[in-house]
Design a protein around this ligand. Structure first.
Ligand SMILES: [Zn+2]
Length: 273
């Protein structure tokens, strides 16, 4: 089974049957659906209300089994805690955050993360360079996410292996795991391998990630970064084949490959058996 941990919901066709068909022809059994963005990303004029963005994620999430709707929240908004409550009430299974104009450890955001962690739900963060047309890279360096160590019980993922700061991302994973042992913290970090990394860097970065010697096998999951509206079958297949070939070349155990493509995402979601 292959799950895609990173599917955006954008503008465009809303044909759920076509979406499910495209997933099937990509060999993908389901995945995480990210609601349309908040105003800090899309601009106030283009932004639907929290209610409508939540409903949109649920609409797509209903298309088939194994689809997990996430709500893309601006954790610094004054009513962010209310938005978390509303999302949970409606059946949202996780949250997406892009730090486009605030640091990951912004005190306003930390309150929101704690509420999400208290509900046992995960957060998928963008990390790495952000193509938003504005100066924003300083907010998305992986080292800044160390602040999340103070969010008790949090499960979070850094997307794109923080491209181009992939080594820094891997080091942060090592640091967090060490912090858990040293200070009995209960924060768990995952890496979402969604590209990001252009194909010529892929072998290099996956080799480093899986041979660095940290405990990565259960904390890495796969994603494509396509959209539900027009899921790109060819693009998805290309990344699945490329990654699988690299994993086999590195000599990763079959079980580890299986986990990276599906089971680890379920652990991130908190639904693993
Ligand atoms: Zn994305």
């Amino acid at each position: 089974m292959i799950l895609d941990g990173h599917i955006h919901i954008g503008n465009g066709p809303e044909d759920r049957a076509d979406f499910v068909q495209r997933l099937q022809s990509s060999g993908v059994a389901g995945g995480v659906l990210l609601s349309p963005p908040p105003a800090n990303f899309s601009g106030a004029l283009n932004t639907a209300s929290p209610h409508d963005r939540i409903e949109k994620a649920l609409f797509w999430g209903d298309a088939a089994p194994n689809l997990y709707p996430f709500y893309w929240i601006d954790p610094t908004e004054t009513d962010a805690l209310k938005q978390v409550d509303l999302a949970l009430e409606k059946g949202i299974l996780g949250f997406k955050v892009i730090c486009s104009d605030h640091y990951p450890g912004d005190p306003r955001a930390m309150r929101t993360y704690q509420a999400i962690a208290d509900a046992g739900k995960p957060i998928l963060f963008h990390s790495g360079i952000l193509w938003d047309g504005k100066p924003s890279s300083q907010f998305n360096r992986p080292g800044n996410f160390e602040a999340l160590l103070d969010v008790k019980g949090l499960r979070f993922a850094l997307a794109h292996i923080s491209w181009p700061w992939t080594d820094e991302c891997i080091a942060v994973l090592g640091k967090l795991q060490a912090a858990m042992r040293r200070n009995s913290r209960d924060v768990e970090m995952f890496i979402d391998t969604t590209p990001g990394t252009p194909p010529i860097y892929r072998r290099d970065v996956l080799t480093r990630l899986f041979t660095v010697g940290y405990n990565v096998e259960e904390n890495v999951f796969f994603g494509v970064d396509s959209s539900a509206n027009e899921y790109n079958t060819e693009y998805a297949r290309g990344w699945i084949e490329r990654d699988r070939a690299i994993f086999e070349e590195i000599g990763l155990d079959k079980t580890i490959i299986k986990n990276v493509f599906a089971e680890n995402l379920k652990r991130f979601l908190g639904i693993a058996e």
